[in-house]
Write a protein that binds this ligand. Structure first.
Ligand code: AMP
Length: 279
């Protein structure tokens, strides 16, 4: 496994791979790696000749400076996990070399970025687009892997690739969960054992809500979810939406002709957790 830390080393390495016509697979991450990230790497290894993982905690996508400070940093353990799992190249850029205002050109997202995470975390998706477009320019992947765990991010990256004409396939990977259903997340490390145990309720409630579709309207399901989550001590729901899977706009009645997704954000003892399921 090659560990590259400078843009110059990465550029040299990528040009030589391109000359030998290798298919490059790419998994961008912010580290604190868990089985969710590693599942993306596993798929990447089966679908490309060379796997590249980046580890970079991107400050521009944190709307809350305290969240950035608290974000877990576990580089040595991350590198050991990647080596164990088979990764060809890890790119760990020096923050000093990463431009915070890199963005090829503005493009329309047709409302994908103004709802949900975009509404509650102002500037978050600008930061994501900024870093992912820069990494795409540098790594020049043929295919790049993103988790459905961050469903809105996945939709925005797909829209970005189309709008900016990146010759890259975006491959969606399913959400990996703990045995009790909690979506794996680097932020789970910040939960105390008590709240870690309680946090499984988020996925449980999402699944129960789906069963209520037969009897309740979307707004009644929404009220039911708010009540179930907020009744837990130190849980506070930030949003729960049932949306059109493609546009992410809220739906007001059950429609059989479109795919729907339920998306949720919950503060659990101050730790912000997100999840989503097909609805
Ligand atoms: P992050 O390090 O949180 O920026 O995540 C890097 C990539 O891993 C993103 O594409 C995430 O959607 C994906 N990811 C994070 N958690 C999971 C999970 N539990 N299952 C599948 N993919 C995940």
């Amino acid at each position: 496994m090659k560990i590259l830390r400078t843009l110059a080393d990465l550029t040299t390495c990528i040009s030589s791979l391109k000359k030998s016509d290798k298919q490059i697979g790419f998994v961008p991450t912010m580290g604190a790696l868990h089985e969710g990230h590693l599942s993306l790497l596993d798929v990447c290894n089966t679908k490309s000749d060379v796997s590249v993982v980046s580890i970079y905690i991107n400050p521009t996508q944190f709307n809350d400076p305290q969240d950035f400070i608290n974000y877990p940093k576990t580089l040595d353990a991350d590198l050991a996990k990647l080596k164990d799992r088979k990764c060809d190249i890890v790119f760990v850029p020096d923050p000093g070399e990463i431009a915070s205002d890199y963005l090829a050109k503005p493009f329309a997202l047709n409302g994908l970025d103004t709802v949900l995470e975009g509404y509650y975390r102002k500037g978050h998706f600008n930061g994501v687009i900024n870093i992912v477009s820069l990494l795409f320019e540098l790594v020049k992947p043929d295919i790049s892997f993103f988790g459905e765990k961050d469903y809105q991010q996945l939709a925005i990256i797909k829209a970005m690739v189309k709008a900016l004409d990146f010759p890259i396939e975006i491959y969606a990977c399913p959400t990996m969960r703990e045995a009790d259903g909690l979506a794996m997340s680097s932020r789970n490390l910040r939960l105390s054992p008590y709240y870690r145990n309680k946090a499984a309720k988020i996925y449980e409630v999402l699944n129960q809500a789906k069963l209520l579709k037969a009897d309740l309207s979307p707004s009644q399901v929404k009220d039911w979810v708010y009540e179930r989550i907020n009744e837990e001590k130190d849980f506070k729901i930030e949003y729960f939406t049932i949306a059109n899977s493609l546009t992410l706009q809220n739906i007001h009645s059950w429609e059989t002709s479109i795919q729907m997704r339920a998306l949720i954000a919950v503060y659990c003892d101050g730790v912000r957790l997100i999840d989503n399921i097909e609805f």
